[in-house]
Design a protein. Structure first.
Length: 646
């Protein structure tokens, strides 16, 4: 039963009654108290409806004494001030239906484990697959005494092992489970024990699962040999494999685990030895390794920010190889007439035999080039070269090249278009190489190379490369034009024997912008013999592969390519043997600075921005933005790495 509200009329009467009670004497109060209590207790029940609410304010009040002794007749007249009269009643609302309660849902039955546990999961076999996933047919390799041999080089798989999987076949019992792709097993646990070499042998999670029927299944464990970090690994790595038949949502089934199987992954040691040279003495932002070159057992690197002769005058650092891959500093060459901001940049060295050397060091800051000769163990500066009209503002010396005593110097800002200058010897006058048709700001002479009678000069503005004969330098005998998509064509050039290599570091590979590529041509007729580009999996945006290129002097089959922005500016260099074919089968391996010497991101090292290689297989890699590592933490001091490559 629902309560009802007292009418406004009744409230007024009660208020007046209380007032009169307060005016009475004590012996007069008791009768009125009894009447008042009766009104409170009895009257609400007289207006109670068991079904619906009633608006007592709008319903006529009957038989209630007014404050003046009269009664409410329900005629609609009067009000709440104690006068006679009553409220006119309104129609009673339609009663609301009583809601029907919603029945509680019936609990769902617990999930049924449609799975038969195998009390003893069995690993039936483990094989290896090279170049294919384990769920693909063919290519299985049997293990020898539970040992898998994997050929690796620094930072990349080599030979026939581009990708390796361990393929495990197991029997875990019949049955199915809705939460499993194939049923039969829940997880694979692998572990490893490091071998003697540095770096990591990483094992990926189980993948490439496939059903072999019944309770037999196969999955693959990929072997990742720290490819991106480019570690040089060797030694045995133990891999422990267990198979568990634990199933989700079936806790009543006690999981069983197979006996562990041990596999040893033997990484065949193809690790080259690496020697690092830190600039010494240390100058802030000396950027040692901005350019490098090599010939025989000698190498040279430029250090534009070296302050030993004058502020930012620069220096040419000469190295000599001892036994094996041992390299030592032979000399630090500075000009006797050095000026502030010479900024020695372009450098080359030529072995004259008997320990005698020629070194050319270009100083584009002032537009000069210095020629040094070592004879009978003593060094002397034998010439200072300048272009006709003076070199200030021409960038004369930004790149230089030597062959048989001949000198080629680039000046990419000469007379706005750029030019190159040829000297038959350091004492001869300059011959200007500047063909017609070069656009303003064409940076003609940005990269130059000379070998024998062949002279190669690039024009960045034209995205073309000109090939001349030393007997005719007025017009090119061959013009190598930009192939489709080869952006940055001519950023770096090199000539040796029958081959010319041209870097196009801004070429797009797949969806990787500025990944880079290198084009190789026949130096006799200009026909393209190969295009060298890394597979898309290794190519990255802004790698700048082809930022620098170099042949081994006297060996046109060996080519080194720099990628100075690889891995956020850490940098890399790649070695190729061009006599192996015309595609990426020429690839030998990728070189990286050791892990402790890498610095990427905003303060990147740019390892590979300058590359060279000797005829007997030693790569010289410049890393000009390397921080000084002797505890002083000077930025951009630079370093040079010497790597013994196969």
């Amino acid at each position: 039963m629902k309560s009802v509200r007292m009418s406004r009329h009744l409230k007024v009467r009660m208020k007046l009654a209380r007032r009169k009670l307060r005016q009475l004497k004590p012996h007069q109060v008791k009768p009125f108290v009894m009447i008042f209590v009766s009104l409170i207790v009895i009257l609400p029940f007289q207006n109670c409806n068991p079904v619906a609410d009633i608006d007592t304010e709008d319903t006529a009040n009957r038989g209630i004494a007014s404050s003046d002794g009269s009664s409410d007749a329900g005629d609609g007249s009067g009000g709440d001030d104690g006068s006679s009269g009553g409220d006119v009643g309104e129609a009673t609302p339609t009663p609301s239906p009583t809601p029907t309660p919603t029945p509680s849902p019936t609990p769902a039955p617990p999930p049924v484990c449609l799975y038969t546990s195998n009390n003893a999961p069995v690993i039936e076999s483990i094989t290896a697959k090279v170049g294919k996933r384990c769920d693909q047919s063919g290519g299985d390799r049997a293990l020898s005494s539970d040992t898998l041999n994997v050929n690796v080089s620094q930072g990349m798989y080599s030979g026939s092992d581009p990708q390796v999987y361990l393929c495990v076949t197991m029997n875990v019992g019949a049955g199915e489970n809705a939460d499993q792709s194939f049923g039969g097993y829940d997880d694979v646990r692998t572990g490893r024990q490091s071998g003697s070499g540095p770096g990591n042998l990483d094992l990926g999670n189980a993948r490439d699962q496939q059903s072999l029927g019944g309770g037999r299944y196969r999955f693959g464990i990929p072997i990742n040999i720290d490819e991106e970090d480019g570690e040089c690994l060797n030694g045995n790595y133990r891999v422990e494999i267990n198979v568990s038949d634990a199933v989700a949502n079936c806790p009543e089934l006690a999981p069983a685990t197979s006996a562990p199987e041990m596999i040893y992954v033997q990484l065949v040691n193809k690790c080259p030895s690496i020697v690092k040279y830190d600039a010494n003495p240390v100058y802030n932002q000396s950027v040692a390794g901005t350019r490098v070159s090599a010939d025989g057992n000698y190498a040279v690197a430029s250090s534009p920010g070296d302050d030993s002769a004058a502020g930012n005058a620069g220096a040419a650092i000469v190295f000599e190889r001892g036994s094996g891959n041992s390299w030592s500093e032979l000399a630090v060459l500075t000009a006797s007439n050095a000026q502030v901001n010479d900024a020695i940049t372009g450098v080359d060295v030529e072995d004259l035999g008997g320990g005698n050397l020629m070194v050319v060091a270009g100083a584009p800051g002032t537009g000069r080039a210095f020629v040094f000769v070592r004879s009978s163990g003593s060094w002397s500066q034998v010439a200072t070269l300048t272009p006709p009209g003076g070199g200030a503002g021409t960038l004369f010396g930004d790149d230089v090249s030597i062959s048989g005593g001949q000198i080629l110097v680039g000046a990419p800002s000469y007379q706005t278009t750029g030019a190159a200058f040829y000297y038959s010897s350091y004492s001869a006058s300059a011959a200007t190489i500047k063909p017609s048709g070069i656009p303003n700001f064409g940076e003609y002479g940005k990269s130059v190379s000379i070998e024998g009678s062949k002279v190669v000069v690039s024009s960045i503005g034209q995205e073309a490369v000109h090939v001349f004969s030393t007997s005719s330098l007025t017009s090119p005998s061959i013009v190598l034009t930009k192939p489709s998509g080869a952006n940055g064509f001519g950023t770096a050039v090199a000539v040796e024997g029958s081959r010319i290599a041209v870097g196009a570091p801004n070429e797009k590979i797949g969806n990787r912008t500025d990944a880079g590529a290198v084009y190789v041509y026949n130096s006799a007729n200009g026909s393209q013999t190969s295009r060298i580009a890394r597979p898309e999996a290794d190519a990255g945006s802004e790698d700048l592969f082809g930022d620098d290129v170099a042949f081994a002097r006297g060996n046109a089959n060996r080519l080194i390519v720099g990628a100075s922005r690889k891995a956020a500016g850490v940098g890399a260099a790649y070695s190729y043997q061009l006599n192996l074919g015309t595609s990426n089968s020429n690839y030998v391996f990728k070189m990286r600075a050791p892990r402790g010497d890498r610095n990427g991101g905003q303060n990147s090292d740019r390892y590979g921005s300058a590359v060279a290689v000797t005829s007997n297989g030693y790569a010289i890699i410049g890393s000009p933005n390397e921080e000084e590592s002797n505890g002083n933490s000077q930025p951009d001091v630079g370093a040079v790495f010497f790597t013994d490559i196969p």
